[in-house]
Write a protein that binds this ligand. Structure first.
Ligand code: ATP
Ligand code: MG
Length: 424
């Protein structure tokens, strides 16, 4: 190298790497031999060896510092290392290298930016995740709280819809079960109340009926007998005969009313026996033979085969079906049609014998549907409004149910369910 300082200078000046800002060679006494062009004039950089060449120096030197170079201040990592003569541990001198730290700083800056972005993203994701999680936890609790308030307000049909499998879901299910039970209990209480009011009403009507029957029956009988006497002893002309007939019909109607009223209010035990439902239905139709003959109404009997026998009061049940059939006949004009269907039905209360009687008459208006079973509710000028009330009383005495069903097409339909068990 001593021989060829020129070549070394050329090498040093050749810009190999833009990050290598300067390079200086010192001899073993720390005297600067060759320095790159930009720093040649700079004493601190080009003429000071940190290792004093390499004489007595122990190891390499490195330091980061700010350096004024090429007309600006730059961050530099200055490194100086000793140079050994090949195959000997004798030092020849040292070389000092100034490396720009700017790319590194830029890299650090970039990395910092990326880290900040990652941090921010993480924070955002974390916040989002936390709020979603919080919603998942708080939402069901809120629903539960709202549900309990609504149920407490008496909205027992309200359902809390939480289908999670955790404790909250379990609580919601328990709550729904509880409100179901509450609703059922409430319905049972209302039903019991209705029956109580009904039986109270019945008791009142019963007392009244007994009085009426007592007060009216005797004078009515004597009026009837007198009319018959007048009819047979006097020679009446046609118009007078007609008046007598009208009077007799009026009396018959009063008698029927008293009979129905007593029937309705009488509380007596059922005389139960085994019957086939077909038999009872046919006998009910027989009771209406005259009315059926007077009107051309078709009766279709769709009896199911092999139904179990029932243990019932035959007389009373015949009355039930006769009342329903009479209503149908009264609603129908000529050419009407009645369909009687029997079968088995599985209900919540168990297996039931179901009898359905439908007609194709005008049907029952929506507004009347709730009232038709009430005593004295009638829409007929000659009606007493006791037919269906009586029917319901008897059916319920048999632990059955009766209701106005929705007919398939036009007309009215009644459905009677009776318990199937053969013996009480
Ligand atoms: N098949 C039917 N079609 C249309 N309306 C009906 C039918 N059955 C019952 N109704 C209505 O229900 C009301 C009550 O019937 P219910 O048998 O209790 O009394 P009623 O027939 O009016 O009088 P009663 O039977 O005491 O002579 C009737 O007045 C009628 O308006
Ligand atoms: Mg009737």
């Amino acid at each position: 190298m001593h021989w060829d300082v020129e070549a070394l200078q050329a090498d040093v000046d050749a810009q190999v790497d833009e990050n290598r800002l300067y390079i200086v060679f010192f001899d073993r006494y720390g005297t600067s031999l060759v320095a790159s062009r930009d720093v040649a004039a700079d004493r601190a950089l080009a003429q000071t060896s940190q290792l004093q060449g390499a004489a007595g120096a122990s190891g390499p030197y490195a330091q980061a510092k700010d350096v004024y170079i090429a007309k600006r201040i730059r961050r530099v990592l200055e490194v100086e290392v000793p140079i050994f003569i090949s195959d000997s541990d004798q030092t020849w001198g040292s070389v000092k290298l100034g490396l720009s730290l700017e790319p590194l700083d830029r890299q650090v800056e970039r990395t910092r930016l990326v880290l900040i972005l990652i941090g921010l993203g993480g924070l955002l994701l974390g916040t989002l995740g936390a709020s979603v999680l919080a919603r998942r936890i708080t939402r069901p609790i809120k629903d539960l709280a709202e549900g309990t308030v609504r149920i407490a307000r008496g909205e027992f049909s309200h359902r809390i819809t939480i289908d999670s499998r955790d404790e909250i879901g379990g609580l919601a299910r328990d709550f729904n079960d509880m409100s179901d039970k509450l609703r059922q209990t409430l319905e049972a209480i209302e039903e019991a109340n209705r029956r109580l009011v009904q039986s109270e009403k019945l008791a009142q009507i019963g007392r009244m009926a007994a009085t009426i029957a007592h007060e009216i029956r005797n004078p009515l009988t004597s009026v009837k007998l007198n009319i018959q006497k007048v009819r047979s002893s006097l020679h009446l002309d046609e118009i007078e005969q007609e008046h007598m007939t009208l009077s007799e019909e009026g009396i018959a109607q009063i008698e029927r009313f008293i009979k129905e009223l007593l029937n309705f209010t009488r509380v007596s035990d059922l005389q139960k026996a085994r019957f086939g439902i077909d038999q009872i239905l046919d006998e009910s139709l027989k009771l209406l033979r005259d009315v059926l003959a007077a009107k051309s109404v078709a009766v279709e009997r769709r009896y199911a085969r092999g139904l179990p026998e029932i243990f019932v009061d035959g007389d009373r049940l015949r009355q039930v079906f006769a009342n329903i059939l009479r209503n149908a006949l009264e609603a129908l004009g000529d050419g009407g049609r009645i369909v009687i269907t029997t079968g088995l039905a599985e209900t919540e209360a168990g297996r039931r014998l179901r009898i359905r009687i439908s007609d194709n008459g005008p049907g029952i208006p929506e507004k009347d549907r709730d009232n038709i079973f009430e005593p004295f509710f009638t829409t007929k000028p000659q009606g007493f409004g006791l037919g269906l009330a009586n029917a319901r009383k008897i059916v319920e005495q048999h632990r059955g149910t009766i209701q106005a069903a929705l007919p398939g097409g036009r007309g009215a339909a009644f459905e009677i369910d009776l318990p199937c068990e053969g013996e009480p």
